[in-house]
Design a protein around this ligand. Structure first.
Ligand SMILES: Nc1ncnc2c1ncn2[C@@H]1O[C@H](COP(=O)(O)OP(=O)(O)OP(=O)(O)O)[C@@H](O)[C@H]1O
Length: 649
């Protein structure tokens, strides 16, 4: 910028000088700007590269964390792994050295023909055989430890992930990025950590071998060792950079991978099969799946080709350095300055050094890939989850019931509030119905009441105390709830009812009582295995229920919480026949006499039985009162009621 200003002032000053002078000044100013830009570009390019490199190098820290993880999984196996790595790393150098001793002693023995020299040669031979046997043993030991650790570690990481998942809020499950992290973590839980450990130890082993080779070469020339190490640097940097790029690619494409997984699920899962078949969606879904694959494959191919090409070219540099040093050694041997044994040892060192070197390079590449996984795993495990802070087990005015005071709520990421300024009071023993068109906020209101979400503003009070101040467990014990999308567990009938109160999940008398209240008992008793009948089709002998029967099971589940004084039913009878519905509600009133109940329904025949009705529209409470009041008022409720009544005439 300074230069641009400078050049401008030169031009304006130039009005006093000759035109030529002005032109010269202008030209030199432009040249300076161009030079400056070049340096700046070069500098920022260099800075970017360094940043990329340091980001890539940062990933190495996960090697340490992986070792920690393995250590905490099983101390003994980790120690054994380290020991075998050490032995497998040091022995190749020792074997090369013993090889030299064998040749030298053979040459000496053939020249002297002395018995002692012959025994020396045979002794070295035996030593080499022992070392080779040890090496094979340590490699086998490594494989053994790794297979055992793989199983233990897979289990440990899976449990860590699942434990964390249990602490998550509902909002986390709805956050697609976070959900991505969790699915990726789960997908590769059993293989990646150990693979990283295997590669970290592999790298240590290769490095040890390279160091011992270097040590052997040191006798020959320190310069040669230095040149060989220097020649390895470009290949190392290139590998690190490409692995870093692969990492970034992996992160960017998370949404595509998720889409692929989703398409796989649609095509291959039993719950979607019926609709996919009937709508003939199969070919369309498969084409989409393949398109995503080809897009990803094109990116992968280009990176893989560049990585391979650069790896080969830069590898050639180290090969050239190797062979230059090798030629030097051969010349020294011809000149008789080193022994035949030395020559053979260096030959082994060079040959094995090359293989070890390329194996170390591929370990580094692999370590990066594994580190990506671990960085994702740790990001998931270390995500802070704010814990509910309330600890109260009772409110200041027991028997006050539930109060909503100016409650508003907006879902994270939404532009419109789902609820605005909702206020009402529900007293103990009262039955309240919520009505409103689709999307008016009925289910959201229930989610706030059950504390799956907290209001954006306003308060919800139970017994005069804000829900936020209640101990979460105590609060949840007081509420029995079924949502419209309740879970159809692939468990037995009894357990499907029992999950409503996990502390009594296996108590069959309770199942029976709850199933009776939920009106599921008659059809359960008709099944040959009764409460022991396996439900769903995932497991052998499983039986499928009708939609209405499932709803009765879910309703019974809500009745498992005998201590609950609040019952929340979100469209509990939508799949039931008309007779069952009437029966259920008459029955419902008698079994919930002292409980508060909140009921969401689109059927006015049900709604009219409530003591109090709340009408929602676009997130606002537009009317409330008894059925008779609201019909008389002649507003929205009366209109909807008469519409539905007309449909039955
Ligand atoms: N998890 C969510 N994330 C973001 N927005 C949501 C979420 N769930 C619901 N919404 C939005 O909040 C509004 C209210 O939804 P809600 O499910 O409470 O309606 P509802 O009255 O229960 O509808 P229905 O009668 O169809 O069950 C809708 O506009 C909906 O799009």
């Amino acid at each position: 910028m300074a230069l641009i200003q400078n050049s401008a002032s030169l031009n304006s000053d130039g009005s006093f000088a000759s035109q030529r002078q002005g032109k010269q000044c202008h030209q030199s100013g432009v040249r300076a700007i161009v030079e400056n830009m070049k340096y700046r570009n070069l500098y920022s390019g260099l800075q970017r590269r360094l940043q990329e490199l340091s980001q890539s190098l940062n990933l190495f820290q996960y090697g340490g964390r992986a070792v920690e993880l393995v250590w905490s999984t099983n101390h003994r196996l980790t120690l054994a792994l380290a020991l075998f790595t050490l032995v497998a790393g040091l022995l190749p150098g020792a074997i090369a050295y013993v090889g030299k001793l064998i040749i030298d002693s053979v040459v000496a023995a053939s020249q002297s023909q002395a018995v002692g020299d012959r025994w020396d040669a045979l002794g070295y031979l035996a030593l080499e055989a022992i070392a080779v046997a040890l090496l094979a043993g340590s490699k086998q030991g490594l494989t053994l430890c790794q297979s055992l650790l793989r199983v233990l570690l897979g289990q440990k990481v899976n449990v860590l992930i699942l434990k964390k998942a249990l602490t998550l809020d509902l909002a986390h499950f709805e956050d697609s990025e976070f959900y991505d992290k969790m699915t990726r973590a789960r997908r590769e839980a059993s293989s990646r950590p150990l693979s990283l450990v295997g590669r970290t130890f592999g790298l240590v082993q290769d490095s040890l071998a390279l160091i011992t080779y270097g040590g052997l070469l040191l006798n020959f020339s320190i310069g040669a060792v230095f040149v060989l190490m220097l020649a390895a640097v470009p290949a190392f940097i290139a590998e690190t950079r490409f692995a870093g790029q692969a990492f970034r690619l992996f992160r960017w494409r998370a949404p595509e991978t998720r889409e692929q997984t989703y398409l796989e699920t649609l095509i291959a899962r039993e719950d979607f099969a019926m609709e996919v078949k009937l709508f003939q969606l199969g070919p369309l879904l498969l084409t989409r799946y393949q398109e995503i694959f080809h897009r990803l494959y094109d990116e992968d191919r280009s990176l893989t080709i560049r990585r391979g090409l650069w790896g080969y070219l830069l590898g050639l540099l180290s090969t050239a350095a190797f062979y230059a040093a090798y030629t030097w050694i051969v010349i020294e041997a011809i000149a008789g300055r080193i022994s035949l044994g030395d020559l053979t040892m260096y030959l082994v060192v060079f040959r094995q050094g090359q293989t070890t070197f390329s194996s170390a390079l591929s370990s580094i590449g692999g370590m990066f890939e594994d580190s990506l996984y671990l960085s994702n795993l740790y990001e998931f495990l270390e995500q802070e989850i704010p814990q509910p802070f309330g600890a109260a087990t009772k409110g200041p005015t027991p028997g006050d019931g539930i109060r909503f005071e100016n409650v508003s709520f907006m879902y994270p990421g939404n532009a419109q509030p789902a609820l605005t300024n909702i206020s009402f009071h529900l007293k103990p023993g009262e039955k309240m119905a919520i009505v409103g068109e689709n999307g008016s906020g009925k289910t959201t209101l229930i989610k706030l009441l059950t504390r799956l979400y907290s209001p954006t503003s306003g308060r919800i009070l139970l017994d005069g105390l804000d829900l936020e101040a209640w101990d979460m467990e105590v609060l949840q014990r007081r509420i029995g709830v079924i949502f419209q999308n309740f879970v159809r567990y692939q468990f037995t009938v009894g357990e499907n009812v029992g999950v409503g109160d996990v502390e009594h999940i296996t108590e069959s008398p309770r199942w029976e009582e709850a199933a009776n209240k939920g009106m599921a008992l008659p059809f359960i008793e008709e099944m040959t295995e009764g409460f022991q009948t396996q439900l769903g089709k995932w497991f052998k002998g499983g039986r499928e229920l009708s939609g209405g029967q499932w709803q009765k099971i879910a309703l019974s589940r809500a009745f498992m919480r005998t201590g609950a004084d609040i019952l929340v039913l979100d469209e509990p009878t939508s799949a039931m026949d008309a007779e069952a519905e009437v029966q259920i509600f008459n029955h419902f009133r008698t079994v919930t006499q002292h409980q508060m109940a909140i009921l969401i329904s689109h059927r006015f025949s049900t709604v009219r039985m409530a003591d109090w009705i709340v009408v929602l529209s676009a997130g606002e409470l537009i009317e409330q009162g008894t059925h008779e009041d609201l019909v008389q008022a002649g507003k929205r409720y009366a209109h909807l009621f008469s519409l539905q009544a007309a449909g039955y005439q």
